[in-house]
Design a protein around this ligand. Structure first.
Ligand SMILES: NC(=O)c1ccc[n+]([C@@H]2O[C@H](COP(=O)([O-])OP(=O)(O)OC[C@H]3O[C@@H](n4cnc5c(N)ncnc54)[C@H](O)[C@@H]3O)[C@@H](O)[C@H]2O)c1
Length: 362
């Protein structure tokens, strides 16, 4: 597809989607080259800026009810799948992109959002696994509920292309969950520079790049309706709030993430975008800790990090005992924080701990 057509789709689809929404629920707006549906004609020229496109769309949609599709000469058509107004889902009629959604926290977040009625975009460098997981969600909740996109959060072109795919398929998005993250724990005395750079690149720089790309569409949607607000939510860590022994590169990248969140929040509020971080405690049941071969429990048993531990279970118990609430963080714990941040319209720039009391704010 020509770059200028892609630009036009990125400009038109989000405007249509927001203008056709009601009560914070928005239809799916899908780009197609041609359509059999009856269409409303929208006249757009390449010289028009965002404000002019919004005005033209508002005029074309006017008081027409039940719009099935909108055609734009020289671009194509946009099919409209109406919102299910009866859905009880907490995020029904909303689209959310989740990075690092092929496994772990990201997958659990995407699955719960789909269960609660959202269209979810599983964005991951591991497109094979993300594709399988999206397919499973479509089988369970319907064709419009999930799609997978290849995305490398360290590469702006890849992020932009994944966002364009999202706009072509769903018409835009209302939340961006910046979850993809990596860890390589090692002492500052020995950690290779390339490992430090790798962690910083994904966890810190990746969050900057994702926010830069995502905020363009979210800001446009706010221009299309001044009451509209959206969310960028970074999955940070308790290690973003307190130092982590022999894990400085990771903790530093997460501390930096909170600096970005606070700064982005100040800047993007004029675009109706709330920006917050969630700081979960250790997710012991996820693959990062529990993978039988490479998980951290297996690694710590092998390296003798927990004196006297003879099994993986011994290592796990030692870590659980560090948490006042006696257990690791789970995806349902994180989901409560995500729904709180989406539903709470009067908060931005925060770092919300979900750590069973292991980290307390001061
Ligand atoms: N596991 C924990 O104990 C824990 C605790 C607190 C916070 N976190 C944070 O939660 C987030 C998810 O952690 P997890 O344990 O679920 O991780 P995980 O390793 O299980 O999954 C990470 C996912 O991110 C993807 N990914 C990695 N690099 C990427 C890149 N450059 N671009 C796109 N995708 C990429 C991977 O393919 C994978 O699917 C991370 O930000 C992590 O720092 C994890």
């Amino acid at each position: 597809m020509a770059a200028d057509t892609e630009e036009m789709i990125n400009l038109i689809a989000p405007v249509l989607r927001i203008r056709l929404g009601k009560d914070e629920r928005y239809p799916v707006v899908r780009f197609v080259e041609t359509t059999d549906r009856s269409t409303v004609a929208l006249s757009i020229s390449e010289s028009m800026d965002e404000v002019a496109v919004i005005e033209a769309a508002t005029k074309a949609l006017g008081s027409v009810g039940g719009v099935e599709a909108v055609s734009v000469e020289g671009v194509g058509a946009f099919e409209i799948d109406p919102v299910d107004e009866t859905s009880p889902g907490r995020v029904a009629g909303r689209v959310l992109i989740v990075t690092g959604a092929a496994q772990g926290f990201g997958l659990g977040i995407a699955q719960d959002l789909a269960k609660e009625g959202a269209c979810v975009v599983l964005a991951d460098i591991n497109i094979g696994e993300a594709g399988k997981q999206a397919e499973a969600l479509r089988k369970e909740y319907g064709t419009n509920c999930a799609m997978a996109v290849a995305m490398n959060v360290t590469d702006l072109a890849s992020i932009r292309s994944a966002i364009s795919e999202t706009v072509k398929t769903f018409g835009g998005f209302d939340g961006f969950v910046s979850n993809a993250g990596v860890v390589k724990a090692e002492s500052v005395k020995t950690q290779p520079e390339k490992d430090f750079d790798f962690i910083t690149e994904v966890n810190y720089r990746g969050y900057f790049l994702c926010t830069q790309a995502a905020s363009q569409i979210l800001a446009l949607q706010h221009k299309a309706c001044s009451d509209y607000s959206s969310d960028i939510i970074q999955i940070n860590s308790k290690s973003g709030l307190v130092g982590s022994n022999r894990n400085g590169a990771y903790a530093g990248s997460k501390f930096g993430g909170i600096g970005l969140t606070q700064s982005f929040a100040l800047e993007l509020i004029e675009d109706g975008i709330k920006v917050n971080s969630i700081c979960p405690g250790n997710f012991f049941d996820g693959p990062l800790w529990s993978d039988p071969d490479n998980g951290l429990f297996a690694q710590y048993l092998e390296s003798g990090k927990i004196p006297g531990a003879k099994t993986v279970e011994d290592v796990k118990r030692a870590y659980e005992s560090k948490v006042p609430m006696g257990r690791g963080c789970t995806t349902p714990d994180v989901m409560k924080a995500i729904y709180y941040l989406i539903e709470q319209k009067y908060e931005t720039g925060q770092a919300l701990p979900v750590s069973g009391g292991q980290v307390m704010l001061h």
